[in-house]
Write a protein that binds this ligand. Sequence first.
Ligand code: GTP
Length: 614
Amino acid sequence: MRAPRRGAGRLVHPTPTDRMTQLDRLRNISIIAHIDHGKSTLADRMLEICGAVDPRDMRAQYLDSMDLERERGITIKLQSVRLDYRDHVINLIDTPGHVDFGYEVSRSLAACEGVILVVDASQGIEAQTLANCYLALENDLEIVAALNKIDLPAADPDTYAAEIESVLGIPADEILRISAKTGEGVDDLLGAVIDRIPAPEGDADAPLQGLIFDSHFDQYRGVVSSIRVVNGHLRTGTRMRFMQAGATHEAIEVGVRTPANLPVASLGPGEVGYLIAGIKDVGEARSGETVTEAARPAGEPLSGYQDPKPMVFCGLYPVDGDEFEDLRESLEKLRLNDSSFTYEPETSGALGFGFRCGFLGLLHMEIVRERLEREYDLNLIATAPSVEYRVVRDDGHEIVIDNPADLPDPGTIEQVLEPYLRTTIITPSTYTGALMDLCQSRRGEMVKMEYLSPERLELQYRMPLGEVVMDFFDQLKSRTQGYASLDYEPVGYEPADLVKVDILIAGEPVDAFSSIVHKDKSYEYGKKMVDKLRELIPRQQFDVPIQAAIGSRILSRQTVKAYRKDVTAKLYGGDVSRKRKLLEKQKEGKKRMKNLGRVEVPSEAFISALRLED
Ligand code: GTP
């Protein structure tokens, strides 16, 4: 590969069509790293060393394109970039760094022959990184390990190299030591990638088989997919068959990212690039989809296609009922870009019209909600997160519910099953006691406890997902000062003693506050909600009882005392216009009120009452 030339202040890249990339000069890699261990910074250094970005255009975390990602400092959507390095081409495929997006990690690994494992030399390997490394090993990928941040005074590369050797079997003396910040060792790391990671293999003459590992929606160009060609050629202008979706599309543009999009005539086996095919919905070009030629289709799709399944659900309602249609439109638009969340209309007695939405996890839920509020200018109320329960009725029928309101009458239920996880926690050993308490209080059963080194250990628990979605992650972080890390995987359903706790305001159940909880925790939950609501509901013209109940059994009760609120009372005399003005203002305020029977509750009370962390 020729080095990039600079022309008129712009980098001009030799296109791969100048000369087909030879397979043995190609390397396809991902970086596996825990959040904050320096993956984006390392990618920035690699882009610089390989001359992919003009230094004047360089900004930190070049590959994190979404605003929200930059702000939160986490990678959510995958990006890939083609780098020229010492006569070789390295395709660097980004992976998201959060447990919610494990599915996307597995997709990007499917497009690689090797990974760079980046571990913070002052922290050591974390739970999810370890899980992703196991995944890489299962897929026969080569791992090049690097300890990052060796410039930090707290860095202890020897200890953590030994730890990596003991958990992953990578010899400590093969683990590189780098600083993504200063650039030290990054050149050697790229050298190790060329030397140690195998080149892709593929049959250039076979029918096309390409793996889509990411898609996003572009307002002007429709769906832009990232694709790895496994066999054959993907050529601009050909008609292609999407094997799993069963649709046919034309390859309008095929190209590589340098990181700017650079159209090419074709991508050969082993190559990674992008594909634009005039598709309007990312759901039709999902990660895991196999693309082949319509005229000469491959016999089999590539393996491993699997729909990401939502695990966490909640209702989203506009604070102002008039914004329902806006919310629908915004959800439609957002879904063009993220086919892993689901939504369907639902009605709540308390909150009006809204949508029941499903997400991959809590962070995913927060991100979708934040994008709706920020990018689409909506004000939303989100109900408490819930999971999918399987309910076996006494007539033998089984139904699946994700909304507490849909739980049938307890008298007709034979059994309720809830989803379980195997959670893996890696923590400094000083917090072991605190974490065991936390896991036990969340109905966890210990499966494994193993020291990684004298100071750090791995804990495994079986735990209900329903307990994990209730601020477990925040608790884990706060009880360990942020040092513990978490990974989880679903391990099926188990029967549990679950009940629905209703909250009644002035005798009326408020559906938005109902929750399915374990029987042993029902009192605690009921009392917490009742106490919280007593603080949040303003006084009315009459006493307002607030109760928590299971069926007709009352668990807890509080009363908001009556109070006569007359905003004009203090206006003695006859300033009519001022009086009118105040009444107008009060009317405006009422728009943001929700009526529960006779009781008026400000929308803010709903938002606060449903907030998890309180
Ligand atoms: P995600 O995008 O969330 O996965 O995080 P990341 O792994 O990409 O981490 P990022 O590159 O954003 O780095 C996290 C923090 O560590 C940033 O403040 C970086 O400046 C800092 N950092 C990264 N590499 C180094 C390093 O080698 N030395 C020092 N001192 N700081 C570093």
